[in-house]
Design a protein around this ligand. Structure first.
Ligand code: FAD
Length: 392
């Protein structure tokens, strides 16, 4: 049986980082992945440009049942460490918005960076290789792979979450955790578009494709980013962000013209030019199709002069205090990440090692640490992968 110091299951962001770091320390490392290409999620990320980290990444940008867990890893390997690595490879990048860093060229450059790092440090990569069985023995783990068996002292689970099953995502990492008696918190799709009830969807159908800079909130969570009406419901960064906090039955509040007192604006417009159509007045603040829909809903319609203060307040409410209950989400089919996962209370926050099973590690998305949209999830993958890489 082939022997390795460490076997990493999953050649994604976390697994490749861990393997390269362990290789750097002279460990004999094997990475296996059932896919036929490494880093597929890196490749498709950020619209092909990979939002590889965020300048402002910190514990406040992550959801977990154990919110303090991520602090240690994020401090030990920061966004600045990863940026320095990207710069060492001469990869050009830019800040798009809100601290989000993207490659100028292609996300493929980040995959190649990680592959080069692994190669430089002697890591063996086996693709199209599934793990069929893992068992603990006295000195480590025996793994039955689809193409042979291997033994390792350390086993690192970097198999990601359930999002995008079409790309081979499975619940493998959660099953493995349970097999070793490690608890898993409830998992659900996150960073995912939300769907609407059929009647509301029908009413909003003319808006498909319209985007507004909105403030979207659910409970205490609040995001000021773009919101997009789609033919299935709502999407865009603000909705993806809030989806991580939303639960079935919760109400979502939206301000589509945040920072403006639409009531006062319309009152002033009415005083200036009472003969102006409501739709025309609204179109100065809102996308044309949205202005039209809001005006049509105000059945009194017509000119501003025909509208009472009460009507103007109603319009302001519809635009800036729109409240609704989503019907659901688009699910794992389109979710960018999985919320929840391996319970961090069972892991060492410095090394990602399972406290109760010596030599077993969990890193990246399979762990119950979920980032906001904006490069935070890759940063968690790099940070947690780096920490395990120092410990295997
Ligand atoms: P993954 O990257 O999912 O890697 C897991 C690997 O394990 C995969 O290669 C998989 O094939 C392999 N695997 C799974 N099961 C097995 C098994 N049983 N045997 C062998 N191998 C297995 N985050 C950002 O920060 N910025 C972005 O721009 C961004 N864009 C995204 C765009 C999309 C469309 C999606 C879906 C996600 C995006 N994310 C982004 C989220 C980010 O991709 C993930 O958080 C990140 O890839 C998680 O890394 P990981 O290494 O933990 O898991």
């Amino acid at each position: 049986m082939e022997r390795f110091d460490a076997v990493v299951i999953g050649a994604g962001a976390a697994g490749m980082m861990c393997a390269a770091e362990a290789g750097k320390r002279g460990r004999r490392v094997l990475v296996v992945d059932h896919a036929d290409a490494p880093g597929e999620k890196i490749r498709i990320s950020g619209g092909g440009r990979c939002n590889f980290t965020n300048l402002n990444a910190g514990p406040q940008n992550y959801l977990s049942q154990n919110p303090g867990f991520c602090i240690s890893a994020l401090r030990r390997y920061t966004q600045h460490d990863f940026i320095a690595l990207v710069e060492r490879y001469g990869i050009a990048y830019h800040e798009k918005t809100l601290g989000q860093l993207f490659c100028d060229g292609s996300s493929r450059q980040i995959v190649d960076l990680m592959l080069t790092e692994m190669k430089r440090h002697g890591v063996t990569l086996r693709l199209s290789t599934a793990v069929e069985e893992a068992a603990h023995d006295g000195e480590g783990f025996r793994l039955r792979l689809s193409n042979g068996s291997v033994h390792c002292r350390s086993l690192v689970v970097a198999s990601g979450g359930k999002s995008i099953p079409k790309m081979g995502a499975t619940g493998f990492g959660y099953d493995l955790a349970r097999q070793f008696g490690i608890p898993v918190t409830e998992t659900r799709p996150a960073l995912v578009p939300l769907t609407l009830e059929p009647t509301m969807l029908e009413r909003l159908r003319p808006l498909a494709g319209v985007s507004v800079d909105a403030v979207v909130s659910c409970g205490k969570a609040r995001f000021a980013e773009a919101m997009l009406f789609t033919h299935r419901g709502l999407s865009g960064p603000a909705i993806l962000q809030i989806s991580s906090y939303w639960r079935e039955g919760d109400e979502i509040a939206v301000a589509m013209l945040p920072g403006a007192d639409l009531f006062e604006e319309l009152r002033a417009a009415r005083a200036r030019n009472g003969r102006q159509a409501l739709q025309t007045a609204l179109a100065q603040f809102l996308p044309r199709r949205l202005a039209q829909l809001v005006a049509e809903a105000e059945k009194a319609g017509g000119n501003l002069a025909d509208l009472s203060d009460k009507a103007l307040r109603r319009i302001d409410e519809a635009v800036n205090r729109w409240r609704f209950k989503p019907a659901g989400s688009e699910g794992y089919r389109t979710a960018e990440v999985t919320l929840g996962g391996v319970d961090t209370r069972a892991l060492d926050s410095r090394t990602m090692a399972a406290k109760a099973v010596p030599g077993l590690f969990f890193i990246g998305e399979v762990v119950d640490v979920t980032g906001w949209l904006g490069g935070y999830n890759f940063q968690w993958a790099w940070s947690s992968g780096w920490c395990a890489g120092q410990a295997v």
